[in-house]
Ligand binder design. Structure first.
Ligand code: 4NP
Length: 156
């Protein structure tokens, strides 16, 4: 079993969407016995809350069910449990690296857009203060990156 953790700032927009998109691929390819994922935020402001209403609506239009409840990243337990810890932007990756305890923790940290196959973005931009286009872009990038991530894990 490989375990993947998606991480953004608030864990109410980008990383719960990544979790939902990746879960739909796990289902589509029948990989539930091999792969599991979860999501977390580097900040705890929204801990205990469901995903942002707008993000849930845009996800639903594409058939994704965003069910996760926000929780903060836990450096004590998450580096131990997960094989891939994937930040949505460079600040997420910097924050994750700053909380790593050892070299093996650092080796688990990735940037989501590094798995993109079709699109060329260097981050999944935070949609929180913007309009509809930002939420659609998040889903566009995540759909591409999740396919690439799946290929990467299968090549391991
Ligand atoms: P996320 O988006 O990191 O994709 O969940 C954000 C959610 C909340 C805030 C910022 C980004 N906030 O500042 O409250």
């Amino acid at each position: 079993m490989k375990e993947v953790l998606f991480v953004c700032l608030g864990n109410i927009c980008r990383s719960p969407s990544a979790e939902a998109v990746f879960n739909s691929l796990i289902e589509k390819y029948g990989l539930a016995g091999e792969l599991q994922c979860d999501s977390a935020g580097t900040a705890a402001y929204h801990a205990g809350e469901p995903a942002d209403y707008r993000m849930r609506q845009f996800g639903k239009k594409r058939g994704y069910n965003l069910t996760s409840i926000s929780r903060p990243f836990n450096a004590l337990t998450d580096f131990y449990r997960f094989d891939f810890i994937i930040g949505m932007d460079r600040q997420n990756v910097r924050d994750l690296k700053a909380s790593a305890h050892k070299e093996s923790d650092l080796r688990k940290i990735y940037l989501m857009t590094d798995f993109c196959v079709k699109s060329k973005y260097d981050s999944v931009p935070d949609p929180y203060y913007g309009g509809a286009a930002g939420f659609e872009l998040v889903l566009d990038i995540l759909e591409d990156a999740c396919e690439g991530l799946l290929q990467h894990i299968h090549q391991d």
